[in-house]
Write a protein that binds this ligand. Sequence first.
Ligand code: HEC
Length: 58
Amino acid sequence: MSEGERLYRGNCASCHALRNPRNYTDGEWEVYLRKYGEKIELDSAEQSKILGYLQAAN
Ligand code: HEC
């Protein structure tokens, strides 16, 4: 598992089930990473690793 995927699974499933990466475009993931990443205080390195994983998996 990549670090981005590990961070995604570890940080993005506490409020709701993990969203399928395929459900959103690259641009949408960018918006949502900023929106939800800020809520849980991910630093920008963590945000970009998760974003990289999601944009490769969609
Ligand atoms: C603090 C709670 C919380 C965390 C943590 C969280 N989310 Fe969410 N998320 C929500 C809520 C509330 C909604 C809207 C209600 C719903 O659809 O369940 C939502 C909805 C979404 C949606 C659907 C689009 C939208 O905005 O309605 C996406 C995509 C999403 N979250 C991605 C993420 C990602 C990526 C992470 C990890 C960085 C994350 N979420 C972590 C609370 C959270």
